[in-house]
Design a protein around this ligand. Structure first.
Ligand code: GLY
Length: 324
């Protein structure tokens, strides 16, 4: 039995370019023949990713770091009042408070995150400072706000008149937060920059009309976002609880490490969700991924998922493949 398993593992490893040590136990070092850098590649979630890609592209082509690029990219969605699922203009929780979640990961394996942060326009920049200036990875709630203010961020009202109106309408009907009140259109972005370095960022106002204190997948390293500079990166959008239960972005990157293409890895991670978690018809999760060779993909549970890719100066929106 053991020998057969060892044989199967060795055959699989050989077919996808992984060398196993004599014990047959793993030493999964990703070996890629595709690490040549042919210029920046940026992928992000949803249509609002197009404007975000452009901002990231400008940074990369001006010689800025891949971290600068993803931060600047998602800041565009954070500041856009028309994006009702991210930053300013994001729909509030059930009490009418806008609370934001964000995280960032760089090529050195560094990571920073904030959750349930109120009053700050650019949570992604606070997450970056958590990464760069503290010994921690994640700050939440009041502590995150105190840190942001001490770092010079201005407190601001994030609830736009349109978002307030939508919340008041919801309140008249419901008052009971359920698990699918529309908007989950988080922006996740992964960029491949000079030297084939990979970084990612993810930021959201989370589930509309959520219970106060609810935190989704987006600020959780490995769930909403994961980067491994040897392999690539992945980010998630959609129903955060499903992504958290499967550590979705980490799973996508680990599947790419075994040799799967970004598309096969995203699809396989979604299959895992579908196998493990009882799904309701409207549940949506979308993954985006990029590998070290600059190959990109997006895949969703449902047909509605779209993602934006900027490469060779061309910025395009793609309809993602879907499980259902
Ligand atoms: N994916 C965003 C959230 O569930 O909060």
């Amino acid at each position: 039995m053991y020998n057969r398993r060892k044989f199967l593992l060795s055959s699989l490893a050989a077919s996808i370019g992984i060398s196993l040590p004599a014990s047959g136990h793993k030493e999964y070092r990703y070996r890629s023949d595709r690490s040549g850098f042919d210029g920046p590649v940026i992928i992000s979630t949803w249509e609002h990713g197009l404007a975000a890609n452009l901002a990231a592209w400008k940074k990369l082509t001006a010689g800025k770091s891949v971290l600068d690029a993803v931060e600047a990219g998602v800041m565009v969605s954070e500041a856009d009042p028309a994006v009702s699922s991210v930053g300013y203009g994001g729909f509030p929780d059930s009490q009418g408070e806008v609370t934001l979640d964000a995280c960032i990961m760089g090529p050195e394996g560094d990571a920073g995150s904030v959750a349930c942060l109120k009053h700050i326009l650019h949570p992604i920049s606070v997450a970056r400072l958590v990464m760069e200036k503290t010994p921690h990875v994640m700050l939440v709630g009041e502590g995150a706000l105190k840190f942001a203010v001490e770092e010079g961020f201005q407190k601001t009202d994030l609830l736009t008149p349109d978002a307030k109106k939508a919340w008041e309408k919801w309140k008249q009907k419901s008052m009971v937060p359920d698990d699918f009140n529309g908007g989950h259109d988080t922006i996740g972005m992964i960029a491949l920059g000079a030297g084939a370095d990979v970084a990612g960022a993810c930021t959201t106002s989370g589930l509309s009309y959520k219970l106060p204190g609810r935190v989704g997948d987006s600020p959780i390293i490995g769930a909403g976002l994961f980067v491994d500079n040897e392999v690539g990166g992945a980010a998630a959008t959609g129903h955060g609880e499903l992504v958290m239960k499967t550590l979705g972005s980490f799973l996508v990157v680990e599947l790419m490490r075994t040799g799967l293409s970004p598309e096969a890895a995203c699809r396989s991670a979604l299959n895992r969700i579908a196998e493990k978690i009882p799904l309701k018809p409207d549940y949506q999760v979308g993954f985006i991924a990029i590998n070290k060779g600059g190959e990109t993909a997006g895949y969703g549970l449902q047909k509605s998922f779209e993602y934006a890719v900027m490469k060779e100066g061309k910025n395009q929106l793609f309809k993602a493949g879907s499980l259902f």
